[in-house]
Design a protein around this ligand. Structure first.
Ligand code: ADP
Ligand code: MG
Length: 455
């Protein structure tokens, strides 16, 4: 292992900082590109933004009732009951979380939907749900779906590591109903299919009418916003009245400058060439980008020179996770004891303070780019809705990355301040906790009330 000079190391880090930097000028260009892609997506032209109509408007806050909700779309699958009191309160009396086995994520669609229904069965039994009654169920399914009505839609393409066969191109509500029938569960009536972004917007706007943007920053990233139906050119004229939430599928935005490390990550992914922005922004990928740069640093002899097994250890995909980055970057101790802990836990004890400082610096570079890209995308949507910021806007954001990554929100706010100065005060970024769960139920309630008298 070459022990490279400190000057060369510093030079390389300056290079990395530049490589991953997102200047305010880059952001201004990106906003314009975003608007162009949004316009094309809404008219039904070829675009990296699918701009999928949801056939549902925001809730009014008066919706009430009790609903079952399913949340599938990333790391865990959840089943919940949600009680809406019609006064802005959404309570969750029961909720269960199930880890999705890799074999079901990447096996057959039948196995995946049987797993889902198996979890529902366990949930009903554990919570002594009376199966002689019928329950309205909302399904949060956080993948790109070509929605054709509030409770029907075909999966366009899997993302976030899912590859189950026989699902792409098929109506997921139909597949869920078939699986329910296979297990002879008859007490469920599926009334709504929603994306987690739509759920997040619904959950936040149920209590906050200023909320017009729902964002996910978790395993993946995506957003939805409230659009005038008349601006959605690809809609049937019968549907083109009032307002409707549009699921942007912004993780697929591709007018961004990628680095050689992003290309390496993309090549090894299950969906090369797709979801370009998601791979630079979200929890599933940030640890992996950091690992790829770390490997390069090790190879160049800039870091962990006293730890020869490190090269082999970090060779393995997934050996550095976004959660690790969170802990590393959040370490404020003088001697970076938290960073040391990360190394020690992985069997390295000969690390220097210099190693720890460099790893923390690297995490900051990668997370800063993610936060700035996320903020740029939010700015693009806000200026599309309200170019002069005449109104105040709440952005409801769900996902562990936004919730837990130290400084992530501040980095995003910095971008808004750099762009809009004092007017940035008109924008509030809030954590919409459990938007994808509660929101699904709120959507089911909106669907129920809009059946009576359309949105
Ligand atoms: P999902 O997106 O699957 O619904 P979450 O919003 O909980 O679920 O996001 C899970 C993702 O968030 C994980 O893939 C992980 O990368 C990231 N994550 C989990 N914990 C943390 C943390 N403490 N800091 C930063 N990111 C985290
Ligand atoms: Mg989620």
């Amino acid at each position: 292992m070459i022990d490279a000079s400190p000057v060369a190391c510093e030079e390389f880090f300056s290079y990395l900082e530049k490589l991953f930097s997102i200047s305010i000028n880059d952001i201004r260009v990106m906003i314009q590109d975003f608007h162009a892609e949004m316009g094309k997506g809404l008219s039904g032209d070829e675009s990296s933004l699918k701009m999928i109509p949801s056939f549902i408007d925001k809730p009014k806050g008066t919706e009430a009732g009790e609903f079952l909700a399913l949340d599938l779309g990333g790391t865990n699958f959840r089943v919940l009951t949600v009680r809406l009191d019609g006064k802005g309160n959404a309570n969750v009396p029961f909720a269960s979380k199930f880890a999705i086995p890799q074999k079901d994520m990447q096996g057959t669609g039948v196995a995946l939907f049987d797993f889902i229904v198996g979890c529902i069965d366990v949930f009903l039994t554990e919570n002594h749900v009376d199966r002689s009654k019928t329950y309205d169920l909302a399904f949060t399914f956080s993948f790109p779906v070509e929605q054709t009505s509030i409770a029907a839609g075909k999966l366009i393409v899997w993302t976030k590591g899912f590859t189950a066969t026989g699902v792409q191109g098929h109506d997921v509500i139909l597949l869920l109903n078939e699986a329910l029938r296979r297990k002879d569960i008859r007490c469920i009536n599926i009334t709504a299919l929603a994306n987690d972004t739509v759920g997040t917007l619904a959950a936040r706007s149920y209590i906050d009418p200023a909320c017009d943007l729902g964002v996910i920053m978790g395993t993946g990233t995506n957003a939805c916003y409230r659009e005038a139906a008349s601006r959605i050119g690809k809609l049937n004229t019968v549907d083109a009245h009032g307002h409707m939430i549009v699921n942007m599928e912004w993780g697929n935005f591709d007018k961004v400058r990628v680095t050689c490390y992003d290309r390496l990550l993309d090549k090894a992914s299950v969906n090369p060439g797709a979801m370009v922005m998601e791979k630079m922004v979200s929890g599933m990928y940030l640890g992996e980008i950091t690992r790829l740069v770390l490997m390069d640093l090790i190879r160049r002899g800039f870091i962990l020179v006293n730890e020869t097994p490190a090269a082999e250890y970090f060779q393995e995909r997934g050996s550095l996770k976004t959660e690790d980055m969170s802990r590393i970057e959040g370490d404020r101790t003088d001697r970076l004891d938290g960073v040391a802990l990360f190394f020690e836990r992985n069997g390295f004890s000969n690390i220097t303070l210099h190693d720890k400082i460099l790893l923390q610096r690297l995490c900051r570079i990668i997370s800063t780019r993610a936060a700035r890209l996320g903020a740029a995308a939010i700015s693009a949507v806000l200026t599309w809705i309200d170019p002069k910021f005449k109104d105040v806007h709440t952005v409801g954001i769900d996902g562990s990355l936004f919730e837990k990554y130290p400084g992530f929100k501040t980095k995003m706010m910095n971008v808004l301040e750099e762009l809009y100065g004092e007017k940035a005060e008109r924008i509030t970024l809030v954590h919409a906790k459990d938007g994808s769960g509660k929101g699904a139920a709120i959507i089911a309630a909106v669907a129920a009330s809009s059946e009576a008298g359309r949105v």
